[in-house]
Ligand binder design. Structure first.
Ligand code: ADP
Ligand code: MG
Length: 697
């Protein structure tokens, strides 16, 4: 391996490369356009494109692609080569400014949720110069946004960029009141990614994993994860070779892969990069997922990014660490040392608390997928109820501000925000409350509900937008205030009081919390079918519209696409189940029954003294269970036929039908198969066991 500092970013057209290779005026003009968020002038784009192409070709690239993020949650690319024909029959390598700035993939098959009809299929991609271009496997990747010609966002990146602008505008208004000279505010995100690695050959024998990404069947192995030896345990050689190559691949394209460790479950691992501005972090997370899968293949492994690949084992999520920072390098969620810094921190902190409380549904909706439904509330992942963990000390400080009574029960008089020094904040709070969906961890919030396979663009878009709304209301109130300090005090005190209910430091896995949350009036939307329809609630449409993040049409398209994806996922799972039961499991059970029956007959004819009690008891048991399985599969089939009766406008109803009718029957089918798995002879069983997937990597 080359030295890491040389390897890092070696395949990225980053700032250092641009500075080195672009004419000085071009470099400065480009920087300025990016900083001002203005469109790129075409003559400027021509110079940049040419330099980018020369750099890429030197590195062996032959093609470029406008890399974009359609609403499928993964990324899309279409490769074009740089070659351009010459009259003499030869070719030259060419790349124009126009081709850099704008592309027109004929991407009409991506879901648009009605935002464009295929007859006007033209969508275009536009370069996002805030995210660097990079080379992967001979292709120059240009991060782009994807829109329709009528200006509708057809992707996940465009709304995210809009939300970053929205929060910046409002945060700057607030900062100005504190006398800050900041010119820019960015949101920052660091995404911890959980994943499973299983042996590829074993994986290839599992139809359910191949078709659906999760095991639909499988009796729990004799040894469960309760042994707790895997978490942070020493990493097996094969896995460590995988991690080494993965890191190198990521470093090359500028991803700051930093920590890696074994997770809770056997065969489960985690990778966390160092945080970046949010849109780059989201791009990088897409690269991470893609590389994880690709590198796994080279090591004879398969990477499972599904939220719940195994029923009785911890699922996988993404922890979305989030904060706001200024161009002066100030982390706005970092408590300061002076009264002024404390006050500013508290206001931004309160903006987040208020946003999370007022828009719980939106956060919940932003992480709702069929896969994540198996995880949220699954007693090893945060519940589907949104609450905020702030830690005991910080909670006591908030209480002291609210009531004037300090947590050591001494009255402190009125704790004046912005005047008094607040008691020391819990720095880097030893937050090991893994049960909280939204935790303050000393200088950032950690949103733990996102699922492992999803794009985190949408959750961050929501977070940015709802915090922008809080900050907007704060700025409206404070800008008009006669006495800033007392207005600030009132505002912070009132915000704490009004949104106190969303703060919960207790055990989120506790069943009592569900009742307690209900008493507090917090929203509990247990499934995607319950959650996603609320996207179009008046209040939700309004907040996105106000900040220019999603139009009503764009929002409706997202609701439809998400419900559709939910239904499609369950349909595929149910169909896979039916196939496995009918053509694999039931025939396998019958084969074993036949052997048992033959054994009974053989023993009988061999002589009346020979016992065959075991065979006949087993046979009776198995035959009865196989009948029940057959009935249950038939019932599932009828329900699936019933799903065909819903019209295209009935996606909300169809999603509910899958949730309330189909899923419970799928669970029944599964239970019966899993029970049979522990009764039928091993050599008859058609699929490798869960144990062999989890423990034989
Ligand atoms: P833990 O497992 O204790 O939560 P990790 O180190 O695994 O911690 O992950 C923490 C993540 O939070 C990293 O990606 C880190 O870069 C990120 N992070 C730290 N500070 C910030 C911040 N100010 N804004 C966004 N993310 C941050
Ligand atoms: Mg974390």
């Amino acid at each position: 391996m080359t030295k890491l500092p040389e390897l890092f970013g070696s395949e990225v057209f980053n700032d250092a490369v641009m500075r080195r290779r672009l004419p000085k005026e071009t470099y400065e003009a480009l920087k300025k356009t990016v900083e001002d968020g203005k469109p790129l002038d075409i003559s400027l784009a021509n110079v940049v494109a040419n330099s980018m192409k020369d750099w890429a070709v030197e590195r062996g690239a032959t093609h470029y692609t406008h890399w974009f993020q359609p609403m499928t949650g993964v990324t899309a690319e279409k490769h074009d080569s740089f070659i351009s024909p010459r009259p003499d029959g030869s070719v030259i390598m060419e790349f124009s400014g126009k081709a850099l700035v704008q592309g027109e993939p004929d991407a009409s098959s991506f879901p648009s949720g009605g935002l464009r009809a295929t007859f006007e299929a033209r969508g275009y991609t536009a370069w996002d110069p805030t995210s660097y271009a990079f080379i992967k496997e001979g292709i120059l990747f240009i991060p782009t946004a994807f829109c329709s010609y009528s200006g509708h966002a057809l992707d996940n990146k465009t709304p995210l960029l809009r939300s970053m602008k929205a929060i910046e505008v409002q945060a700057l208004r607030v900062l100005k009141l504190f006398g800050s000279n900041a010119k820019r505010v960015y949101t920052t995100t660091g995404i911890e990614q959980e994943y499973f690695l299983v042996d590829r050959e074993t994986y290839n024998k599992r139809k359910d994993l191949i078709y659906t990404g999760r095991t639909l069947f499988g009796a729990p192995p004799p040894k469960g994860q309760d042994m707790d030896i895997h978490y942070f345990g020493s990493i097996k050689m094969r896995i460590s070779a995988y991690m080494r190559e993965l890191n190198e691949e990521l470093w090359k394209v500028g991803v700051l892969a930093k920590t890696e460790h074994n997770e809770n479950a056997p065969a489960q691992h985690e990778l966390a990069p160092i945080f970046m501005t949010t849109n780059v972090a989201c791009d990088h997370n897409q690269i991470i997922m893609e590389r994880m899968r690709r590198v796994a293949k080279k090591h004879g492994l398969t990477c499972l990014l599904h939220e719940k690949p195994f029923a009785d084992v911890s699922g996988s999520g993404k922890h979305n660490n989030w904060s706001m920072a200024t161009d002066e390098g100030v982390n706005l969620l970092d408590p300061g040392k002076t009264p002024e810094e404390n006050a500013q921190f508290l206001l931004f902190f309160c903006a987040v608390i208020k946003a999370v409380d007022e828009d719980q549904e939106l956060l919940r909706i932003s992480v709702a997928t069929a896969g994540n439904d198996h995880r949220l509330g699954g007693f090893e992942a945060p519940p589907a109820i949104v609450s905020v963990y702030v830690g005991e000390e910080l909670e006591a400080i908030l209480d002291a501000i609210d009531t004037g009574i300090h947590y050591d029960k001494k009255a402190v008089g009125n704790l004046e925000v912005g005047v008094d020094i607040l008691p020391a904040f819990p720095r880097d709070a030893t937050d090991r409350n893994r049960t909280s969906p939204f935790a303050f961890t000393g200088s950032r919030f950690e949103f733990r509900m996102p699922g492992s396979s999803m794009s985190v663009a949408a959750p961050n878009t929501v977070l940015n937008c709802i915090v922008a709304e809080s900050l907007c209301q704060f700025a409206d109130e404070l800008e008009g205030a006669e006495n800033f300090n007392s207005a600030l005090n009132d505002l912070i005190r009132r915000t704490i009081r009004e949104h106190r209910r969303v703060i919960f430091n207790g055990n989120g896995y506790d069943a009592a919390w569900v009742e307690e949350a209900e008493r507090r009036g917090l929203v509990n939307l247990p499934s995607t079918a319950d959650a996603v329809p609320h996207l179009m609630d008046e209040k939700n449409v309004a907040v996105f519209k106000k900040h220019g993040v999603y139009s009503e049409d764009e929002l409706r398209s997202r609701r439809d696409i998400r419900l559709d994806a939910y239904c499609r996922t369950i349909r595929t799972e149910a169909n896979t189940m039916l196939e496995m039961v009918n053509v694999d499991y039931i025939p396998a059970v019958i084969a074993y029954e036949t052997v048992l029956a033959e054994a009974i007959n053989a023993k009988r004819s061999a002589g009346s003294a020979i016992p065959y009690r075991t065979e006949s008891m087993l046979l009776a048991d198995i035959a009865a269970q196989n009948d029940t399985l057959h009935d249950s599969a038939a019932a599932l089939k009828r329900l699936m036929d019933g799903a065909k009766g819903f019209g295209p406008e009935q996606n909300v109803e169809l999603a509910r039908y899958y949730r309330t009718k189909v899923l419970p029957e799928m669970n029944e089918v599964r239970k019966l198969v899993d029970s049979l798995e522990l009764m039928v002879g091993k050599k008859f069983w058609p699929f490798p066991s869960t144990g062999s997937l989890l423990y034989r990597v």
